[in-house]
Structures are given as C-alpha cells and as structure tokens.
Design a protein around this ligand. Structure first.
Ligand SMILES: CC(C)(COP(=O)(O)OP(=O)(O)OC[C@H]1O[C@@H](n2cnc3c(N)ncnc32)[C@H](O)[C@@H]1OP(=O)(O)O)[C@@H](O)C(=O)NCCC(=O)NCCS
Length: 198
C-alpha cells in the first residue's frame, strides 16, 4: 500500500506538473507536510496523501493547500477517552443522540474531516482536533485555535465520500469556491477500472 500510494502520487504529480516522475523533487514544510520543492511561494501543484488498509487517496490542487484522510470503517464502539480527546463538547453531545452503530460511523466521518483540515494546514496532530469544527455535512470548517495564524483558521471547504462500503475519505481544500472532483481508481482486481464518485 505504501509503495503503491507513493507511485500513484508521483505519477499524478508528473502528469499535472508536466515533468517526468523521476525529476520531481520534494521538501518538507515546517509542520512536516511534504510539498513539491519550489523556490519561492506556494508550489503550483499542492498534494496530500493518506493510506489505510485497503485504500489510499491522493488530493491535488493548484496553489491552494489541501489535505486528505481515509479511515477503514469499523463497527467497534469507539473508546470514550478517544472520543473526548478528539471531539468538541457540541460534537460529543450530537453523537450521544445517535444509536451506537450510527455514532461509530459518525465518529469516523468527523475524524477524517478533522484530520483532512489538519493535514491541509500542514500541522497534523500538533493542533488539538477538538478545535477543528467541521460539521457533519459538506460544509465549511473553522479552526478555533489561537496558535494557528488567523488567516488559516477559516476558508476550509471539506467534503466526505464513502468510496467503498468499508472506507470513508475526507478532503479539505483552502478555497471555498473551487470544486472538488473526486476520482476513484480501483487497483484490484484489475488495474483498469476507474469511475467517478459523483
Ligand atoms: C500527518 C499525520 C496527520 C498523519 O496521519 P495518519 O493518519 O497516521 O496518516 P495518513 O495515512 O493519513 O497520512 C500520512 C501521509 O501524510 C503526509 N504527511 C506527513 N506529515 C504531514 C503533515 N504534517 N501534514 C500533512 N500531511 C502530512 C505524508 O505524505 C504521509 O505519507 P507517508 O508517511 O507515506 O509519506 C500525523 O502523523 C501527524 O499529525 N503528524 C504531525 C505531528 C506529529 O508528529 N505528532 C506526533 C503524534 S501526536
């Protein structure tokens, strides 16, 4: 999965950048996020990568930051200590109103939405996920954390998809106007099938 995801990322970047894959150079941002090496300002193509058993996902944008997170769905109830470490009091209260299996699915959805924003910020779990307010639906996210610079706290568009019965994927981009166009490429059982998610 690791090798396949990195190969797919390189091929996608090479295609959109118009550069042979072996000539792509990468650097790591201060928060740890990999980026295309670029002399000044944001690179023309931004990307992010996620992998989880059975699926990987890549997000690509022109200039604006992006983040993607995938989780394998589980029916196992989520531990209370994890819930309270990740969700805001309002999100916890909302989950409390749901039946157990619905609450578990809602948690995975919320978690990928939060992590997609944190990865788009490039800070990952250095920011408290409870501060990332994402809502349940395809709506805008807000990072309510004073340690994050003010202009990075708003303007995040997040969309969530269920590409397989077992996986949930969320994508965040630092633009409220650009469209998110997901493309699912099934690597198994053949390498040929590709279909749009919506
Ligand atoms: C980045 C982070 C969110 C990854 O989460 P994850 O669910 O384990 O992994 P995912 O599969 O979704 O993403 C991994 C990919 O994200 C990318 N990535 C790495 N650091 C990143 C960052 N700071 N921001 C955005 N993307 C990052 C890489 O491409 C990585 O793929 P690779 O390891 O194959 O190169 C998490 O490791 C993190 O928060 N790291 C930074 C803070 C930190 O080190 N905290 C220590 C633990 S509290």
């Amino acid at each position: 999965m690791f090798l396949a995801s990195h190969a797919a990322l390189r091929l996608a970047l090479a295609t959109y950048r118009g550069t042979p894959a072996h000539e792509l150079a990468f650097e790591t941002g201060s928060g740890g996020r990999p980026e295309l090496a670029w002399s000044s300002g944001a690179p023309p193509i931004r990307f992010n990568l996620t992998h989880t058993p059975g699926l990987f996902a890549v997000s690509l944008t022109r200039r604006v930051a992006c983040g993607v997170d995938a989780e394998r769905l589980s029916t196992r109830a989520v531990d209370d200590s994890l819930l309270s470490a990740v969700l805001s009091p309002l999100e916890l209260a909302r989950l409390d109103t749901l039946a157990r299996n619905e609450a578990t699915a809602a948690f995975h959805r919320l978690w990928t939405r939060k992590e997609a924003v944190l990865k788009a910020l490039g800070l990952g779990l250095k920011v408290d996920p409870r501060c990332v307010l994402v809502g349940d639906e395809d709506e805008l996210a807000f990072v309510n954390d004073p340690t994050v610079e003010p202009r990075s706290r708003t303007g995040w568009q997040v969309r969530t998809f269920q590409p397989t019965p077992d996986h949930v994927v969320s994508v965040a981009i630092g633009s409220v106007t650009e469209a998110l166009r997901p493309l699912l490429i099934e690597l198994e059982p053949t390498f040929e099938a590709a279909r749009r998610l919506d």
